[in-house]
Design a protein around this ligand. Structure first.
Ligand code: NAP
Length: 257
């Protein structure tokens, strides 16, 4: 595959209007990839798409198969079949296990795991027909090790890593690779929510809360979304076709699976 080939690709990025998803969108746009940004908040997606070349915004809820099918139909109308899927939509709620309601459990599994299942199932027939595809699942360090107080999220992200491994094997002969990226705490709204949560629970300053999150990372810092985006771009570009079924941890050495 050559650099020019990336200009022929169409990436669908769930949660593409904010944080890690938007940063991946910028990185792929810089390489000429056509983009469909998917999420529930259309105005935010439209604003993001307007600032990028060859990008369109499509509203969809990844937990709803009908919504995904409609979004995919719209996405492919102008941009052609999806050849790169970034399953990035996700959400985390920090709740002690014994206080985790079934609703929180189901919501967390639905957005972080079932969403990826539904989106992958929707785009894989097209990738298989084209004999080329890239699926990048944005998991987390919580996909490869346990953390107290976020059992539903950890279970969902471990599930996403399992899905990654299975799909990698099932579609290996079709020119498709499936990998997971596993960042530690990354500078986005999600990390801001985690910082607010620590402040509320421990009564510490923003700086102290940030330092507590960064303390998990041996480099004592939060990850920049650009670092995750660089890994995603590498998985789409030339030279990474043998990287398949991997969970690539981006966390300064926090976890060594
Ligand atoms: P974020 O800015 O909160 O991004 C979450 C995105 O998911 C939003 O754009 C949101 O858009 C979308 N989304 C949520 N529910 C959705 C649904 N049902 N259907 C469609 N889209 C939905 O946080 P982020 O940090 O960039 O998170 C991106 C991914 O990275 C997540 O999977 C997260 O678990 C993972 N991650 C984050 C960190 C971190 O510390 N930030 C670390 C490891 C992994 P709408 O609300 O408009 O739908």
């Amino acid at each position: 595959m050559t650099g020019t080939d990336l200009e022929k690709q169409h990436a669908l990025i769930t949660g593409g209007g904010t944080g890690i998803g938007l940063t991946i969108a910028r990185e792929l746009a810089a390489r000429g990839v056509r983009l469909t940004l998917v999420g529930r908040t259309l105005a935010r997606l439209q604003q993001a798409a307007k600032a990028l070349p060859r990008a369109q915004a499509v509203a969809a809820d990844v937990t709803d198969a009908t919504s995904i099918a409609a979004a995919l139909a719209t996405a492919t109308q102008s941009h052609g079949p999806v050849s790169i899927l970034v399953n990035n939509a996700g959400a985390a709620q920090a709740v002690p296990f014994l206080e985790t309601s079934l609703a929180v459990w189901n919501d967390t599994i639905n957005v972080n795991l079932t969403g990826a299942f539904l989106c992958a199932q929707a785009v894989l027939p097209g990738m298989r027909a084209a004999k080329w595809g890239r699926i990048i699942n944005i998991a987390s360090v919580a996909g490869v090790t346990g953390y107290a107080g976020v059992a539903a999220y950890v279970a969902a992200k471990h599930g996403l890593v399992g899905l990654t491994r299975s799909l990698a094997l099932e579609f290996a002969k079709d020119g498709i690779t499936v990998n997971a990226l596993c960042p530690g705490y990354t500078e986005t709204d999600m990390a801001a929510a985690a910082i607010a949560n620590v402040r509320a629970k421990k009564g510490v300053s923003e700086e102290e809360a940030r330092a507590m999150l960064a303390a998990k990372n041996p480099q004592k810092r939060l990850i920049a979304p650009e670092e995750v985006a660089a890994a995603a771009a590498w998985l789409c570009g030339p030279g990474s076709q043998s990287i398949n079924g991997q969970s690539i941890v981006i966390a300064g050495g926090e976890v060594m699976p």
